[in-house]
Design a protein around this ligand. Sequence first.
Ligand code: AMP
Ligand code: MG
Length: 492
Amino acid sequence: MKQIPFKNRYIDLGKNFYARTKPSPVSDPGLIIFNHELSGELGLSDTCLSTPESAAIFAGNRVPDGAEPLAMAYSGHQFGHFNSQLGDGRALLLGQIVRPDGVYFDMHLKGSGQTAFSRGGDGRSALGPVLREYLVSEAMARLGVPTTRALAAVTTGEEVAREQLLPGGVITRIAASFVRVGTFEYFSSRGDLDSVTKLADYVIEQNYPACRDAANPYQAWFEAIIDRQAALIAQWMQFGFIHGVMNTDNMSIAGDTIDYGPCAFMDHYAHDQVYSSIDRHGRYAYNKQPSIGLWNLTRLAESLLPLLDDNTGAAVEAAKGALNNYAGLYEDYWLDGMRKKTGLMSRPDRDKALIDELFDVMAANRADFTLTFYYLSMLSMDPADQDKDVRCLFDNPGQFDHWAQQWRACLRQEGGDDATRQASMQAVNPVYIPRNHQIEAAIRAAEDHDDFSAFHKLHATLQKPYVLQPQKDDYMLPPEPDEVVQQTFCGT
Ligand code: AMP
Ligand code: MG
């Protein structure tokens, strides 16, 4: 059997970066799901991870050869307030693996027991949040959004005490990096410039190798981070995704969506939608996400200033210059994506107003986010009765008709043909997203009845989000009034 291709570089950064910790064994590991496809891509097939004994590894009962588990240290701004000592309280970097093409990935267990950073927490995860992260992160990957991936999920055979006793679970996740904005804040807030520099060099090596050759590598790197965050958040916005806890410790330095907690996709559209039970003031509401991205990047800039220039004044100017580009980058990514979603191609200035108006009409009419765009991508230039499906989504369909008239006028000016436009729109407007009520139903069946069939069926559907699948209407449709999920929980 092949060895897992571990090559742990993080460990070389030094002891102040982590606490070496073994996962705490659980009583009865049971494999729920293993991601064969991802395992293949990572070159992990034919290793111990694809044998019947793998549940013991994914539960933390057995540490595979070559792994050097550790809990990473980090700080973070949580809801705007700095907490200097967070760190992995219930997760471990099992090790780093090298994909066949030489790219490094971090392999993490989440829910694997207490660490030096647990701060009184039990280091465990309930099964619900494990299933939620598995479903949503894999759905994001299929939608084409940068994200950490899910490699496996297991049950533990043990209960965790939350508001009630719940079955426990562990998820194994893979990321381009588990370094966060908060990791830089950790060293910067301790005045440890040497470690900030080491960490920056490490991240550039692993995630931004192209920046090494720039005239000023750190400046180029900071600009590249800003670019990736702007692109990422624009994509969230295009799918109606609300992360829910955009604390700086939950922002990946590599530009991936990370730490799926109370995240959710919107059903009906509302500009300021919030689902997270802990986001009482709507700091991380849907429409706040772009500006929170900038706020977080500004905290990163503060940590990186000494790298940008020896002269503090010049460093501040350099950081400001880069941060000032964020809004424009974000707008460009957003508009570009939204124009693809609406099939508009030729006039960005005109298209922005039309797209903004669509969102206003959707909000006023509580139209379903995903289905509005999906049905829109079925329409042709001729507004006969084919508008029926999309009109039904609007409380006052006349308002949609009014918008659609302007939209068709624009399409006519562009002069493309229906079939080409419909195909390109359907390639970016999913039929299926992980809807809250479906996730909830899958979790309830698993937690309450030990029945994973709803989880597997939902997961299978989300593997092909852009393809209409037979007998899958349930997964496409918004919730019935009694199925609506008003709040989501991080489950810590
Ligand atoms: P999160 O809200 O999941 O991003 O977690 C914020 C911080 O709390 C991180 O440092 C986590 O590792 C830690 N944490 C969350 N849940 C637990 C838990 N059950 N036990 C220990 N630490 C936890
Ligand atoms: Mg977190």
